[in-house]
Each structure stands twice: as structure tokens, then as C-alpha cells.
Design a protein around this ligand. Sequence first.
Ligand code: XMP
Length: 526
Amino acid sequence: LVLILDFGSQYTHLITRRIRKLSIFSLCISGTSPLKSIKELNPRVIILSGGPHSVHSDGAPSFPDGFIEYVESNNVFVLGICYGLQLIVQKLGGEVRVGEKQEYGRMEIVVEKEDCGLFGLKKVGDRQCVWMSHGDEVVNLPNGFSVVARSQQGSVAGIENPIRRFYGLQYHPEVTHSPEGMETLQHFLFNVCGITADWNMEDVLEEEIKVIKELVGSEDHVICALSGGVDSTVAATLVHKAIGDRLHCIFVDNGLLRFKEQERVMGTFEKDLHLPITCVDATEQFLSKLKGVIDPETKRKIIGKEFICIFDEFAQDLEKKLGKKPIFLVQGTLYPDVIESCPPPGSGKSHSHTIKSHHNVGGLPKDMKLKLIEPLKLLFKDEVRELGKILNVPVGFLKRHPFPGPGLAVRVLGDVTQGNALEILRQVDEIFIQSIKDAGLYDSIWQAFAVFLPIRSVGVQGDQRTHSHVVALRAVTSQDGMTADWYYFEHKFLDDVARKICNSVRGVNRVVQDITSKPPSTIEWE
Ligand code: XMP
């Protein structure tokens, strides 16, 4: 295991992902975690991440007491990156000076030592571009350390003490702006630390199945709400492989789904994945509660509450049928959901695991007292897709764009029951998405959809003046949905789509495109 201690850098999770890409299992925990948690994980290598602090600032986060003694007596290799390097220097008796030579952005560094642990593949004098982001600098090394690389400005860029197994890089090898950074990490982990590349999704799958079998035993039953998204589908398929038809899934059609969505996802669940699933058509129940509701948050709350009622009924029906209560609930929680809910070191808040308020099922009733099974909670999205492939989830399904839990309710602005807004939106959305697929653009876009605007504009269609609806098209690129940029379509593409929409969807006479990034906008319109 390569353990990353997070001191608050925006790149910390990238380190975890990069190392996993080398088929090495890595985990990230708060840099101020107690020594006990570190010992329990028994890592071979510990990476101290960067962070926004200065080692001299009040409350600067640090590893726990006894850390140095622990790593040295257990032969653990330690690599400090940026703030992590400065922490090593300061804690082992060297000196870090508050920023005289600040270095931000692209820099060149020069290797100063042959056969060293970090640049062992390079020669003295070799240069490489790296990404720096630091205000403080190392001025005195602790005893036994040597400088292995310097920046073009002469400041320390790499240090090591191979006898004590401490290493440090002042720059960020994990970002793509350090093009040789991966090579450096790879050399360090494989050749210096002796780690083997033995982490793969087949093993993860086998291990998860074993854990679930042990947890659930041979009698108990498990329930799962499928949203039609990748995460819950992969989680359910995995649990199904472990315990078979003692898994009971529910898919709720709340009347806010996209064009033919129920048919399409149920087809995958039943025919491709053979999941034991109940489909509940609750269109009337949801739409009657949403009638006349305009406020976006109120819409979300109503939808969450209705969903819980249906889920509760499902659990009660199952209890009657099986003669016993289902004990477990499967959720498709991912690693970013778990780490995002860890507060930054030094914030004084607890590190409890809270589920995102955005979660698809909109929260679950507290009195259900179900125990959670979260088989994906240590995986990133791309790893879940890989796991899905092994589980034979169709690739087209795994690549679906995210779709919000409240569905089209947040894409019909205002009252979702106004006129035939939902029907119009479904048709427009389908034309837009199909055109994107036909143009081969679907996989380059994070999310694309149409929005129904609650206004009318004047138009002229077939020699007649019309007073019809306006729809907006939104397509964004993003890594994680937290920030996003609008997608640049060719004008010809937009022209074709707008024409197709106005010619085939009755009631629409104007198409506009949303060209705002997030921030200042959000991806959804409500
Ligand atoms: P925003 O609109 O906040 O969206 O920029 C970021 C990502 O989250 C999705 N989203 C939701 N997902 N329940 C969900 O399950 C919600 O209430 C919800 N609101 C937004 C959105 O589609 C985008 O991918």
C-alpha cells in the first residue's frame, strides 16, 4: 500500500489516482490522522502531500507524534511533495525560510546527483520542466540529506536521505504540467521502494465479492435503489454476483425521466444484467405533488420525500413476502464522495463519513436502520467503469452522461406540469443527444441536455406567426462536475440541431445555447 497523507493540496487526489494507474493500491487519509490509523494500514510507502500552509504558520498541519520513529523502525519509505518536503526538512532539523524566492508555475530543474532515488534514470546536468507552487524554500538540509536537483533559480527542488528512507520533491510530479513526473514517481516506487504492480480490477472484484458474502451470510436479504446511473448499476451488479437473488432492486419512474428512459434502462437491468428488479411507475404520485411548485429547492425536497415513501413501501412489501426484514442497503458511493466529505486538516471538524446531499436517492429514512453496503467506496469513477466492464455492463451504458436525481424537474424551469413541457423537453433532448452521438461527440462531453424555458417568443412558421416555447441547449466539459466549461460546437452542428428541433417538435420556435461556465453558473439550470 502507498498511503498518502493529505495536507490540503488541490492535487492530493491526483497523486492517489496516478499511483493507482501504475497498478499500485493507494489510499489517501488526512495528514493529521492519528498514528494508530496509519499503523493499521501498514503502508510500505507514505507520501506527504502538498498543502496551502507554511510550516511556520499557526496551526500548520503535521503528521502525528511518533511518526518519524514509526516509519524508521518499520522501514517505511517517505516521500514529501512540496509542503510535505518542507515538513520533512523542518521536523528533521533543517531550515525552511519564508518565501524570498517564490516559485509558481512552469520551471526548469537540473539534476545534481547521479544514481539517486528520485532521478536515478537521469544524468547530472539533465534538465526537465516541472510545475512548482511554493512560497517558502529550504535553506538548510537536515543532517544526512543531500540535494539531488535544483530549480533554474538555484533553490532546492529534490532531496534525499536513502539511509533513513526520506525523499522530497519541491514540485508537483503528479500534474501533467510536470511531463516527466510520472517517470520519477514510477522509478521511485518500483526501483527504490520495491513496490510491485499487482493491483487490478479483477482482484478488487474478487475481494469485494468475498467481503459481501461474509457480511451478508447465507440468509439475509439486501435492497438497492437503481437510478439508471453507472454507480448504482455497477454496485448492484457486483452485489448480485455475490449473493444472487437475495438482492432486491427497485427502479422508480417518477415521470421525470428522459425519452424512453424507463424502457432503455430496464432493458439493460433485465436482459443484459439479469438483476432482480421491480419497476414502479409513480408518475402520477410525483407529478401531482409537484403541480404548481416553482421553487427549485422545494421541487427537490418533494421528489426526495416521495422517493422515500416508495422505497419504504417496497421494503415493507418485501418483508411481507420474505417473512423477514431486508437488513442491508446497497449504495453506489464513490471514493471522491468519501474524501470530499473529509474536512481539510486543521479545520477542527470531525472526519465522519457523510453522504453527499446531492445523492441520487435524495436521502433515506433514518428509521429504516439498514446497514450500508458500499462496494465502490474506495474507487474513482474511471475505476468503476473498468469494474463495470468486467461485470459485463454494456459499455454504452457505462459511458452515459450523469443525470440528476430530480431528473427533468430541474430542467423544466418553474412548474414541471405546465402545458406539455415535459413532453416537449423529452423530444428536444432526444434530438440534441442523438445528434451529438451521430457526430461522434458524446464521449468528449461531460454532460449535454436541453432545458425548457417558461417563456414564449414570437416566431413565424409556415407563413403564420407563432407564440411558442424557447428551449436552451447546454453541453459542458468537466472532470468531476465541480467546475465546467461550455462545449464549443461547430456552427454547422448547432444550425442542424436547431433546424431539426424547430421542424419536428411542435410548440418550439426558438433554440438558444447556454455559453456560461461553472462558476458562475451551475451545470443544471435549477
Ligand atoms: P450543478 O448543477 O450543481 O451540478 O453544477 C453538478 C452535477 O451534479 C448533478 N446534479 C444532481 N445530481 N441530484 C443529483 O443526483 C441533484 O439534485 C443534482 N443537482 C445537480 C448535475 O447533473 C451535475 O452532473
